[in-house]
Design a protein around this ligand. Structure first.
Ligand code: EPU
Length: 304
């Protein structure tokens, strides 16, 4: 493979920003992660196609990253290309009838704020969740009781090598942190159906959810949100907490004192520190309860 050839082919006069050896700590909410060989921010559909074609031709592995809010990147970084969805994928459009289209690269927080400005209800469950629209939809983000997927009327993906594909929201299977769109497809645009509501009511719902998160989650410190998924019938925060792990520290990574399913970076934490805590928490819960916790956070670069 040749990342250098890919870099040369992608640099220059086309609608993308191309960088080599970028520290991925700048692109993750953990503030952790070594360098990626390439980071390409594509600003148009043509640029995305050209980038994927070039990387495929040069045998360079690639991955789409949103705002890096649910990913742990290895200290050694990623031997491949991180693709970020830029300008053309960050637009949000409101039609008259509660139909809202958002590019996958748009910030979820921007979308949620704009639904409030338009007095629309339906996405309050996403208030306070970091990341992009594409990332949120791909994992059906939300609260325990309400998820973004229930508001999706359709979405458009790119099947690399096979063009665009459109899904009706109803033909997608949505579940707890699960969406049945194949992971090798790139979500490009999502259309939601929301309902008119009193702005004060929408604002009050959002404030209640934000207040709840502020009280129960360590929002002020770098983290990736929930580390493990709740196993059926259990709260993973409670399980880890009951193993006495709140405050458990490796290097500069720590099981949050506020919520035991969050690992926070206290400043300069290594991915290895976080991973070691993940393994320890997993093993403690397995030993005490016989439950095999599944990670919600995605790992990048650990096989390299
Ligand atoms: N609990 C403890 N100790 C802890 C943490 C929680 O005993 O350290 C107990 C709480 O007292 C409560 C129960 O566990 O009785 C559930 O906790 P909480 O209400 O905080 O919700 P959660 O199930 O831990 C889920 C999502 C969050 C989402 C909240 C609010 C998962 C793994 N987590 O948390 O999602 O914000 O509900 O709806 O599904 C995320 O996915 O990144 C995330 C933050």
């Amino acid at each position: 493979m040749s990342t250098f050839n890919a870099y040369m082919a992608l640099s220059g006069a086309y609608d993308a920003d191309v960088a080599r050896n970028e520290q991925l700590s700048h692109y993750t909410t953990y503030r952790i992660g070594g360098p990626a060989d390439l980071v390409v921010t594509v600003h148009s559909y043509q640029a995305l196609l050209r980038t994927i074609d070039t990387l495929t031709r040069e045998g360079v592995e690639w991955v789409i990253l949103g705002r890096g809010s649910n990913v742990l990147v290895a200290d050694a970084g990623y031997r491949g290309c991180v693709i970020l969805l830029g300008r053309e994928f960050s637009k949000i459009n409101f039609a008259d009838d509660g139909i809202v289209s958002a590019g996958a690269g748009a910030l979820l927080s921007k979308l949620v704020n704009e639904t409030l400005s338009h007095s629309l209800t339906g996405l309050e469950c996403c208030v306070g969740i970091p990341g992009t629209v594409g990332g949120a939809v791909s994992m059906d983000a939300g609260t325990r009781h309400d998820w973004i997927g229930s508001r999706v009327v359709d979405l458009v993906t790119l099947r690399p090598g096979d063009g665009l594909h459109r899904y009706e929201g109803s033909e997608i299977e949505w579940g707890y942190r699960y969406c049945s769109v194949p992971t090798n497809e790139i979500i490009l645009e999502v259309t939601f159906e929301l309902a008119d509501a009193e702005k004060d009511v929408v604002a009050a719902n959002m404030e209640r959810l934000i207040a709840r998160r502020r009280k129960r989650q360590p929002l002020g410190k770098p983290s990736c949100g929930s580390v493990f998924k709740n196993p059926p019938g259990h709260s993973v925060g409670q399980l880890i907490d009951s193993c006495g792990l709140k405050g458990y520290t490796v290097g500069a990574a720590q099981v949050s004192e506020v919520h035991a399913n969050f690992i926070v970076n206290r400043g300069g934490a290594k991915a290895a520190d976080v991973l070691s805590i993940i393994q320890h928490a997993h093993d403690c819960v397995a030993e005490k309860y016989g439950i095999d916790l599944a990670c919600e956070v995605k790992l990048l670069g650990f096989d390299a």
